[in-house]
Design a protein around this ligand. Structure first.
Ligand code: ADP
Length: 353
C-alpha cells in the first residue's frame, strides 16, 4: 500500500463537528483512488493533510511506509493539482514547468530535458512558448498536471482538477487522465463530488460523509453493494420508497422486493431504487390494476426518456428508460404501468438522507 491514513481527525472550531473524524483508509500503490463525497464531507481537508498543507489534530499519514505526518510539504515528494490552474500568468508554459525544477537546483540541461519530456507526456509540445492566458481551460489544466509530474512525485494529489471546466472538456479530460495514468503509473488520490467521474476513473473509491468513511472498495462494489443508505442514495441518484417486512420480503407499497437477511417481520425498510434499474411493463388490456403506477410525466433527455411515476401509495419514483425501449413500450402520460424494481437496495430502518 502506498498511502496509509490512520485515524485522522481535524477539527477547525472548538466544540464544532470535526471536518475529518477518525478517518482511516489505504490507497493502493500505482492506482487511482478517489475520495468521493458531497460538498463539506471533508475531502479537501483530508487531501490537504496528506499533502502537508494542513496538520491533523490526531492520526498519521504514511507514504510508502514512511510516517509523513509532520514532514514539511517539500520533502514529501508529492505533486498537487487544484481546481484553479494556479499557473504563473507572466511565465510561458515552459517557464511554468521549469520553475519547480529550478528551485530544486536541477542542472540547466536536465531542466530543459525534463520540460520537453513533460510537454510530450501531456501532448502540448507545440505550446511551450505560449502564456497561460493563450490556452484553453483544458490545456491549462494539462500544464498543471505536467508541472505536478515534473518533479517525479511518489504521489499525485488531485483536488477536483476538472471542476472548473465545462462538461464536454471534463469528460474528455477524464479519458485523458486515464491514459496519462497508464503511461506514468503514479499513485494518485483524486478528490471529487462527481460519482460518475469516481466510478469511471478510479480503481479504488473511498466514500466520505460528514468527515467519516462511509464505505471503501472497488467502484463496482460501491455501486452494486452500497453498505449504507447514504452510499445507496449518493451513488446512483435514487428514489427512496418506504415499506415494511412482510412474510420475509420487503413490501414497499404495491412492490415486493428482497429484504435484508437481518430484517425481522414488521420492521420498517427503505428501498433505494436507481432510475435506470427499473423496468416498466405495460399491463394487459382491460385488467384490474390496483398495483400499477400512473405515468405522470414523460421527458425525452438525449438517449433516454425520464418517466415520473406516481405509485399507488402516492409516492413518486423517477425512471429512466432507453429511447428504443421506450418506443417499444408505447406509453403516454396518464397510462398505467407496472414497475419492476428487483434491483432495489433495501435497508432496515427509517433514515433521513
Ligand atoms: P469537501 O472538500 O468535502 O467539500 P472540506 O474538507 O472543504 O470538504 O470541508 C469540510 C468541513 O470543514 C466543512 O464544513 C468546511 O466548512 C470546514 N472547513 C474546511 N476548511 C476550514 C477552515 N480552514 N476553517 C474552518 N472550517 C473549515
Amino acid at each position: 500500500m502506498s498511502v496509509i491514513v490512520e485515524h485522522l481527525t481535524r477539527q477547525f472550531t472548538q466544540g464544532g463537528t470535526p471536518a475529518v473524524s477518525d478517518v482511516s483508509f489505504q490507497a493502493p500503490s500505482g492506482a487511482i483512488t478517489t475520495l468521493l463525497g458531497p460538498s463539506g464531507a471533508g475531502k479537501s481537508t483530508l487531501l490537504r493533510i496528506i499533502a502537508g498543507l494542513e496538520l491533523p489534530d490526531a492520526g498519521r499519514v504514511l507514504i510508502e511506509g514512511v510516517d509523513c505526518t509532520n514532514m514539511p510539504v517539500q520533502q514529501r515528494g508529492i505533486g498537487v493539482v487544484f481546481q484553479s490552474y494556479a499557473l504563473f500568468k507572466h511565465m510561458t508554459v515552459r517557464k511554468n514547468l521549469a520553475f519547480g525544477l529550478e528551485t530544486r537546483r536541477l542542472p540547466r540541461a536536465e531542466v530543459e530535458a525534463r520540460v520537453d519530456e513533460m510537454l510530450k507526456l501531456v501532448q502540448l509540445e507545440e505550446l511551450g512558448e505560449r502564456y497561460p492566458g493563450q490556452l484553453s481551460g483544458g490545456q491549462r489544466q494539462r500544464v498543471a498536471f505536467a508541472r505536478a509530474l515534473a518533479i517525479r512525485p511518489k504521489l499525485l494529489l488531485l483536488d477536483e482538477p476538472f471542476g472548473a471546466l465545462d462538461s464536454r472538456v471534463r469528460v474528455e479530460l477524464r479519458e485523458w487522465l486515464q491514459s496519462l495514468h497508464e503511461r506514468t503509473g503514479v499513485t494518485t488520490l483524486l478528490v471529487t463530488h462527481d460519482q460518475e467521474e469516481a466510478l469511471e476513473i478510479s480503481q479504488h473509491v473511498v466514500v466520505l460523509s460528514e468527515g467519516r468513511v462511509a464505505q471503501e472498495g472497488p467502484p463496482e462494489e460501491i455501486y452494486d453493494r452500497p453498505a449504507t443508505p447514504f452510499v445507496a442514495s449518493f451513488v446512483g441518484g435514487t428514489s427512496v420508497l418506504r415499506g415494511q417486512v412482510q412474510s420475509g420480503r420487503a413490501r414497499v407499497g404495491s412492490l415486493v422486493v428482497e429484504a435484508p437477511q437481518s430484517a425481522r417481520e414488521g420492521e420498517t425498510v427503505q428501498a433505494f431504487v436507481r432510475p435506470h434499474d427499473i423496468k416498466l411493463v405495460k399491463p394487459a388490456q382491460g385488467a384490474e390494476e390496483p398495483t400499477a403506477s400512473l405515468v405522470k410525466r414523460l421527458k425525452p433527455v438525449g438517449g433516454y426518456v425520464k418517466v415520473l411515476l406516481k405509485l399507488p401509495t402516492g409516492e413518486s419514483m423517477a425512471v429512466e428508460v432507453p429511447r428504443s425501449e421506450f418506443d417499444n413500450l408505447g406509453v403516454v402520460e396518464g397510462d398505467l404501468v407496472h414497475a419492476d424494481v428487483r434491483m432495489a437496495k433495501v435497508f432496515v430502518g427509517d433514515y433521513v438522507i
